[in-house]
Design a protein around this ligand. Structure first.
Ligand SMILES: C[S@@+](CC[C@H](N)C(=O)[O-])C[C@H]1O[C@@H](n2cnc3c(N)ncnc32)[C@H](O)[C@@H]1O
Length: 194
């Protein structure tokens, strides 16, 4: 699906003009009389980045979750820089997040699904505690993960995309750095150290 979308945005290459029949009149013609001069189809870095941004917004708006299976493992190849999945949940401010953390702490069976991030100097949290059937909330932590997070503003709302940090092969587990280095968290969740 993602590839299909990408194909839609891909610029069409310029076609070559039809070759003319060789007649006495055309014998002294130059090559450029027969073939149109082809402009470079290479896009500038700015154009590539702009296209990536458009694709990312499209994927987030459409809620695309393609090429994954629970664990979370890739079921297809993802190219470095490609959108993989959204960390979707409820967008809340930090005060509300701290209030909820206190409630969640009361129940040891509640996992940690709060992701704090900054966008334009503003601090936000995505609370993905509620089961949603979405893949993003199920991705595990590793300081050496193959994904990175990117905050993107979509229709005035900050959203969190997980992007391939490197080329990811089919069957590889998807992992990203939760970024929590606090001593307190490390005491309670020693797995955050690796
Ligand atoms: C955002 S959830 C990730 C999905 C979770 N594994 C699940 O199946 O619902 C975060 C929780 O997953 C677990 N987790 C994530 N990364 C881990 C890791 N590297 N080692 C052990 N547990 C991890 C912890 O229990 C943590 O509270």
């Amino acid at each position: 699906m993602y590839k299909m979308v990408k194909a839609l945005f891909k610029q069409k290459r310029q076609g070559r003009c039809a070759f003319r029949q060789k007649t006495s009149e055309s014998l002294n013609h130059k090559v450029t009389d027969y073939f149109s001069v082809r402009k470079s189809i290479r896009r500038t870095k700015g154009e590539v980045l702009e296209e990536r941004k458009r694709l990312l917004e499209y994927a987030l708006k459409k809620g695309i979750e393609d090429g994954l299976e629970v664990g979370v493992f890739a079921t297809k190849h993802f190219q470095k820089g490609e959108f993989v999945v959204e960390y979707s949940g409820e967008l809340i401010d930090v005060n509300e997040a701290y209030r909820r953390e206190e409630v969640y702490e009361q129940d040891e069976t509640t996992g940690c699904y709060m992701y704090y991030f900054k966008y334009n100097e503003q601090q936000y949290c995505i609370d993905a505690t509620a089961e949603s059937g979405k893949f993003g909330r199920l991705v595990n932590h590793s300081r050496n993960g193959n994904l990175l997070t990117k905050a993107v503003m979509v229709d005035g709302v900050p959203r969190l995309a997980l992007i391939a940090k490197v080329d990811i092969k089919r069957d590889q587990e998807l992992l990203y750095d939760y970024g929590d280095r606090s001593k307190e968290s490390l005491v309670h969740h020693p797995w955050l150290a690796s």
